[in-house]
Design a protein around this ligand. Sequence first.
Ligand code: NAG
Ligand code: NAG
Ligand code: NAG
Ligand code: NAG
Length: 418
Amino acid sequence: SYLNLEFNHTGELLATGDKGGRVVIFQREQESKNQPHRRGEYNVYSTFQSHEPEFDYLKSLEIEEKINKIRWLPQQNAAYFLLSTNDKTVKLWKVSERDKRPEGYNLKDEDGRLRDPSMITMLRVPVLRPMDLMVEATPRRVFANAHTYHINSISVNSDYETYMSADDLRINLWNFEITNQSFNIVDIKPANMEELTEVITAAEFHPHHCNTFVYSSSKGTIRLCDMRASALCDRHSKFFEEPEDPSNRSFFSEIISSISDVKFSHSGRYIMTRDYLTVKVWDLNMENRPIETYQVHDYLRSKLCSLYENDCIFDKFECVWNGSDSVIMTGSYNNFFRMFDRNTKRDVTLEASRENSKPRAILKPRKVCVGGKRRKDEISVDSLDFSKKILHTAWHPSENIIAVAATNNLYIFQDKVN
Ligand SMILES: *[C@@H]1O[C@H](CO)[C@@H](O)[C@H](O)[C@H]1NC(C)=O
Ligand SMILES: *[C@@H]1O[C@H](CO)[C@@H](O)[C@H](O)[C@H]1NC(C)=O
Ligand SMILES: *[C@@H]1O[C@H](CO)[C@@H](O)[C@H](O)[C@H]1NC(C)=O
Ligand SMILES: *[C@@H]1O[C@H](CO)[C@@H](O)[C@H](O)[C@H]1NC(C)=O
């Protein structure tokens, strides 16, 4: 199943990672001159095995190959670079195209066999001959042995020289060139693990200020840190938290307030957080409450007991901005996903299904009804399928093209041309 989705910075490539440790990259085909009204579709460009299952002999623990996160690096030459991580190890991959191969070696023949030196009597100049396009993925760096707990986030810094990796209790800063050393920039591990009350759930660098990053916690809080203040950012420079509404307090309050994803807006002015029932937008200049709160599936409030029993309450939904930060998208159950327009305050529930993914099919808004009479086209909250969940989505950086990972399928929807 597809686990995470990430468009490259121009949206021409879409990388996905899966449970089996594979990375699949899709490329948008060139728009054809004959069919100007047809948008380019995304086809498989490259597939490679990024991580293999491993065994940690010291702790007697299996390390799954499952890819937790993928991040593109900005393109600097003809090749593409991306980071992928499982629970413990981050890898830097180079993906490059080859459409020529050298011929006419001096010391070996065309099949790679060494030639008899006594037969080599003159110097040949190798030539490059055209061949079918090949896309190669090669591991360039392996950043291992720096995380005791599970890595939940990786984020490339806007200086393009460093990135960070975050696990439940620590955040490390790496230089892309150095694999044997990382700097610990956040450490919330208490001296006595029995005093542990909070874990790190996600972390991200500011899109433009290379010294600033945020991380979220299982207690529903967000901390903004400035690396210029001190080497170890244990003291945050801003702390975002909304006081709890006492009338809503329940056994589940703490679980559902845990933040599963945090994302800076492209502008860098806002941060968005996803918890179990809502998406919130925070202004960096206001720490005591979010400026916007969107209900993703408030009808589940009455179902928290069964969602706790089937573990769904611990699902980690992600959230994304569209390219101009005006629309927010996040997932729900029953293969539904939600969009919130920040300007018009309109919201919509859409469904990722085979039916909808036929060419030229139009996504119809769906409605969930709670109790009472069910209208035609509505679905009752009791018939939602909680095994069909949309945790990961991606939005093209400059167009209305979205990618949605449903249980075993990847859907790409695009706006109609004109
Ligand atoms: C994204 O991928 C396309 C290749 O299909 C490439 O042309 C473009 O330069 C890439 N953009 C960035 C910023 O990496
Ligand atoms: C990392 O490797 C480099 C080059 O091999 C070496 O010079 C450096 O001392 C190493 N650093 C650590 C912390 O092991
Ligand atoms: C409290 O619950 C109601 C619905 O039951 C919801 O609309 C409201 O946003 C909740 N308040 C907070 C602070 O979550
Ligand atoms: C963001 O969404 C709005 C509303 O659909 C749309 O008008 C705008 O073009 C989108 N921006 C980008 C960059 O996709």
